[in-house]
Write a protein that binds this ligand. Structure first.
Ligand code: NAP
Length: 205
């Protein structure tokens, strides 16, 4: 029996589906905030002696493009923070595919998988793909850093905002490198952003 926590999430949801499709016995944990708490440091807890583990460390998710929905509902201009930062974003379905194999086949114990998609794209590149898939004349414009900071601080703790600025303005995190891990583990190439956009096109209408 495999228990999937975070089962309503971008990864958990396709992971439950992938495991069920593979004939595995799987249960999905749906959060009840009055009854469920997660221990801090999930990687640290997993390293306790006797607990077999495989860590998945995905880069930015393609599903982050859903953050542009409010702007796309009001027009064709999408204003983005960190416009000059490229990332080899990954389809959460590929993260789920790797997780399903790690849970159900041999050879993954004690491994750390850094997971990326097949292409390193700027936000403007992703928006150009969305424009093609949605058949809209979308345009991308970079937000000045001060404006980006003000917007982000309105929706998340300042520590998160500082971390994003450290990653993407100071350059302490590079998510642009394309890695072969998804192909190596699953035997198929990671899905492109265009494939992700086509699969999720309905969400943008
Ligand atoms: N977005 C990115 O670019 C990115 C990149 C690398 C890593 N990650 C990490 O990847 C992980 C999974 O991301 P995701 O997109 O699948 O997240 P998600 O779509 O936001 O889903 C999170 C899931 O965790 C559940 N959950 C949250 N707090 C919980 C709690 N206290 N107890 C039990 N369940 C709880 C949520 O349940 P409810 O439906 O009840 O809220 C939901 O099912 C996150 O840790 C994220 O930080 C994200």
């Amino acid at each position: 029996m495999i228990l999937v926590t975070g089962a309503t999430g971008n990864i958990g949801s396709p992971l439950v589906a992938a495991l069920a499709q593979a004939g595995q016995r799987v249960r999905a944990l749906v959060r009840d905030p009055r009854a469920v708490t997660l221990p801090p440091g999930s990687e640290r807890a997993a390293r306790e002696p006797g607990v077999p583990w495989t860590f998945l460390r995905p880069r930015a998710f393609m599903s982050n493009a859903l953050r542009w929905l409010p702007q796309l509902r009001t027009g064709d201009l999408v204003r983005v923070p960190f416009a000059g930062v490229a990332a080899a974003a990954i389809d959460p379905a590929d993260i789920a595919a790797v997780a399903a194999l790690a849970l159900t086949s041999d050879g993954h114990e004690g491994r750390i998988y850094e997971l990326t998609g097949p292409d390193s794209l700027l936000p403007a590149d992703q928006i150009a793909v969305l424009a093609k898939v949605l058949r809209r004349d979308l345009r991308c414009e970079g937000l000045p850093d001060e404006e980006a900071r003000a917007q982000m601080e309105a929706s998340m703790p300042v520590e998160y905002v500082d971390a994003f600025f450290s990653f993407y303005v100071d350059g302490t995190l590079d998510e642009s490198q394309v890695l072969p891990t998804v192909q190596e583990v699953t035997g198929h190439p990671p899905r492109t952003f265009e494939q992700w956009a086509e699969t999720h096109a309905d969400a943008f209408h």
